[in-house]
Ligand binder design. Structure first.
Ligand code: WQD
Length: 345
């Protein structure tokens, strides 16, 4: 029996593959490689010494997904596949609704046909409604995504809740990511956004590495300690381990539940700049720029529920996040591949 990981070739997916393989699970990866490539999965094989099957297909293709389920013996699904850029979703909302929502519906329909009813779903803190609340956000915080990307995650969460209510033999865990950053300690896998990064950490890394001249700090007049935005950055390996704990919870009991995956601590943009300069030994020049549309001042997680019900908490601190991100950025075109994984049509 294997765990199917949709979107497993991506930044977060590859780190989840590593953790599941280390834990002794058999995995099967599905990816359409629209925002990733096979090299990351070859590096997963290199890191773990384990092989696994990879299907190059789109989760909206029900025939292909059905063929996969008929060929492979799937026990549970970790569903990550989906577009994830807030700015892109605002420019092309239909692409996001069609891919993220329709893809999930197709996946769940085929899972139901084959009696596979264990699902861990990749959601996001962007499902939460903006608020002036400057404390930690719990899972009970009101929902109210303000961009199409976050709305797809909110809509999918509602679909999964109704699916469970229609058939309570489903076992579903929904994971709301805060801000994943960093890279595997090996320096073999990490975040590799195409073009100019939207997100803070990869942008800072490119400035530190001299690939970009200066960081624009979006907003210095927020009601925070230094006026810049505060976020809950979580090491991607901690995030991956959160999926392992959620999978085991889904194996243990049939219910639906949702969990914040964060550290419970917020850092400002300027604190991230300082931490990265310490980790890299490089300077990160910046300019203070106007606020970015759609940004909130403060967003960090109440992580008590995941600790209590999943037995999981983030362990890596901001210095490790920056160190590992910097090491990956220096090595990303680097070495090491123990051959290639089996890529199936
Ligand atoms: C972090 C902080 C910016 C870039 C996004 C998505 C969210 C999730 C994580 C998918 C903010 C500031 C950023 C820059 C800056 N992705 N910033 N200069 O917006 O909190 O969350 O990524 O699930 O859905 O919304 O992350 O890294 O873009 O911004 O000053 O060049 O850094 O204003 O305060 P964000 P981010």
């Amino acid at each position: 029996m294997a765990i199917l990981i949709t979107g497993g070739a991506g930044y977060i997916g590859a780190h989840i593959c590593v953790e599941l393989l280390h834990e002794g699970y058999d995995i099967v990866v599905v990816d359409n490689f629209s925002t990733s490539n096979l090299e990351g999965l070859n590096r997963v094989k290199y890191i773990t010494g384990k092989s696994f099957k990879v299907y190059n297909l789109d989760i909206t293709d029900s025939d292909k997904i059905r063929q996969l389920f008929s060929k492979e013996s799937i026990d549970s699904v970790i569903h990550l596949a989906g577009y994830k850029s807030v700015s892109e979703s605002t420019a092309t909302p239909l692409k996001y609704y069609a891919n993220n929502i329709a893809g999930t519906i197709t996946l769940c329909e085929v899972m139901q046909e084959f009696g596979v009813k264990r699902l861990v779903f990749s959601s996001s803190a962007t499902v939460y409604a903006p608020s002036n609340h400057d404390g930690p956000i719990s899972e009970d915080h009101p929902l109210g995504a303000i961009n199409p990307y976050g709305q797809t995650k909110e809509i999918i969460e509602g679909i999964l809740r109704n699916l469970y209510l229609s058939d309570q033999t489903w076992s579903i865990r929904i994971l709301r990511y805060f801000n994943p950053v960093g890279a595997h300690e090996s320096g073999q896998i990490g975040e590799n956004p195409k073009g100019i990064p939207n997100n803070l950490m990869p942008y800072i890394a490119k400035v530190a590495g001299g690939e970009l001249p200066v960081l624009s700090v979006y907003g210095s007049d927020y009601p925070t300690k230094d006026g810049t935005g505060i976020r809950d950055y979580i090491h991607v390996v901690d995030l991956a381990r959160g999926h392992l704990h959620a999978l085991k919870a889904a194996e243990a009991s049939e219910e639906i539940d949702m969990f914040n995956l964060g550290t419970g601590r917020g850092y400002s943009v300027l604190e991230m700049v300082e931490a990265f300069e310490r980790a890299s030994g490089r300077s990160v020049p910046y300019i203070l720029a106007p606020r970015r549309k759609g940004d909130t001042a403060i967003c960090y997680a109440d992580v008590s529920k995941a600790k209590k019900k999943l037995g999981w908490e983030a362990k890596k601190g901001i210095n490790q996040m920056c160190h590992d991100a910097w090491q990956w950025d220096r090595r990303k075109h680097g070495s090491g591949s123990a051959g290639t994984v089996l890529l199936l049509p």
